[in-house]
Design a protein around this ligand. Structure first.
Ligand code: GLU
Length: 501
């Protein structure tokens, strides 16, 4: 059975890059009738951010990516927070120590810093590893007695992985093929820190093994850790899972990773749901009026070559069509306009009832005085202009509320000295019950009176919905009825009568 996990570190809010990783793991697991696990990698106390785990879980919930095992719900391989698994890591690191595959290192930060600076001066990178470890203070250079004594005296130490590699390491990634790593550059990575807690590398591998993870899908930024992880699997004699490293999500210019700063500067969200920082809400896709479905549909295309026909599909369809072979290696550019477009398509494909459920309680109360058929026909009329959820209320309001204000720019474009008499005649013809108001009727009326049809329509638009863009105005008239239409025409007339034109 396939078992996949999403293993975020709670060092801040969940970014859409993380949500995409979660999504692809979820899709792969579900496609194979497998399990999707959430594991919180919270071993780095210094980087832990309050509220981050909640933001991760709430975001997944909002997007309806449900996990089968994880914190809060548990499962057979828990606990699912690494901070609650300390005893497991000490047990496993002992195995490596006994087998001489890991060692104690007592070096002071200053000594390591000096070594780093020295190498930098020589124009190379400092690596604490095969070639340099003999120059440091560790259990490989000290006698057994000395090492035991230091440990007894509580001298701080870390435990490092002992790399013993005589040739380059080839790491197999499903997407990238065999990736080669220069063995001389491999570091003896720290497995256990001086406070006794495990590092990401160690806890991650131990947990993937113990939680029986079969496939790891994660971001490209972890590619450089790949040889370290495979070395750990080899040392423990464990069969590694399959690996897929996803491409980065780039900002719209394609230069650099999509960051919070890009989002704030350019007014687009980068988090699925809002995040409060310094008491200020940074809106997420949810607050911007996206549905969970459409956000997933959009991010699924970031790094996955997608057919246009799939641009409007829900999670269940994504599960069916997901195919690792269509994943791409190159960075995927974020495109907010495209995301909005997909959101609007999803909204247009959503049932009226569901859409109205998304509106505020106040609005729900307000539309109670209309019968359902009327509200549905208004919604149908404006649906293709709805881009984000708040537009539902706004667009319906344009029709059911008499405009109290007019779009000033549009108004200036339309009114001139003929407007007042024109509105008067409109009011008159609409009041005459003999007239059957339709587009054809208005065309004939214009022809007979030598009035431009466009002028009449623009005035009608401004009167009825307050602005020039919007749904078919004749349809709106049919819905609101003649009485209200006349009221609105008269209101515009009164308003502009006070203008100097
Ligand atoms: N904790 C790592 C992160 O925050 C997980 C990386 C992995 O999936 O191996 O992304």
């Amino acid at each position: 059975m396939e078992r996949l996990r999403f293993a975020p570190s709670p060092t801040g809010p969940l970014h859409i890059g993380g949500l995409r990783t979660a999504l692809f793991n979820y899709l792969y697991a579900k496609q194979n009738n497998g399990k999707f696990i959430l594991r919180i990698e919270d071993t780095d106390k210094k980087r832990k951010v309050n509220g981050s785990e909640k933001h991760i879980i709430d975001s997944l919930k909002w997007a309806e990516i449900n996990f089968d095992e994880g914190p809060l719900i548990n499962g057979p391989f828990g606990p699912y927070r690494q901070s609650e698994r300390a005893s497991i890591y000490s047990k496993y690191v002992k195995i490596l120590l006994v087998q001489n595959k890991a060692y104690y290192a007592f070096d002071l930060n200053e000594d390591l810093e000096d070594a780093r600076k020295k190498k930098e001066k020589e124009g190379s990178r400092f690596v604490y590893g095969m070639n340099s470890r003999k120059n440091f203070k560790n259990s490989l250079t000290l006698s057994l007695e000395k090492t035991t004594e230091l440990i007894k005296k509580n001298v701080p130490y870390v435990i490092r992985l002992k790399i013993n590699q005589k040739s380059d390491i080839l790491c197999k990634d499903i997407l990238r093929g065999e990736v080669k790593f220069n063995y001389e550059e491999l570091e003896d990575k720290i497995l256990i820190k001086s406070d006794g807690s495990p590092t990401y590398h160690f806890a991650n591998v131990v947990d993937d093994y113990l939680m029986k993870i079969t496939t790891v899908i994660r971001g490209e930024e972890w590619l450089s850790s790949f040889p370290i992880h495979l070395t750990l699997y080899k040392y423990f004699n464990w069969v590694p899972p399959k690996f897929i490293h996803l491409p980065l999500i780039l900002n719209p210019s394609g230069k650099g990773k999509l960051s919070k700063r890009d989002g704030i500067r350019n007014g687009y969200p980068v988090y699925p749901i809002g995040w409060i920082e310094n008491e200020i809400l940074i809106p997420g896709f949810k607050e911007k009026g996206f549905t969970g479905d459409s956000l997933l549909n959009y991010i699924a295309q970031l790094g996955w070559s997608f057919f246009e026909s799939n641009e409007m599909c829900k999670l269940t369809k994504l599960i069916k069509i997901f195919n690792v072979e269509n994943l791409q290696k190159g960075g995927a550019r974020f495109d907010y306009i495209k995301a909005l477009w997909i959101n609007s398509k999803h909204i247009q494909n959503t049932e009226n009832k569901t859409l109205l459920n998304h509106t505020s309680d106040e609005f729900k109360m307000k539309i109670k005085k209309y019968d359902q058929k009327t509200i549905y026909s208004i919604l149908e009329l404006v649906k293709n202009r709805i881009e984000v959820i708040p537009d539902i209320e706004k667009k319906i309001n344009l029709i059911i509320d008499s405009p109290i204000g007019f779009n000033e720019r549009d108004l200036k474009k339309v009114i001139n000295k003929n407007s007042v008499p024109l509105l008067k005649s409109l009011s008159t013809i609409f009041s005459d019950e003999k007239n059957m108001i339709s587009k054809d009727f208005l065309i004939t009326y214009c022809n007979e009176n030598k009035i431009k049809f466009g002028d009449i329509m623009q005035l009608l638009r401004i009167s009825i919905i307050g602005e020039l863009s919007g749904p078919d105005i004749i349809e709106v008239i049919k819905i609101i009825g003649l009485k209200r239409t006349i009221e609105r025409i008269d209101f515009l007339n009164n308003t502009i009568s006070n203008f100097k034109i």
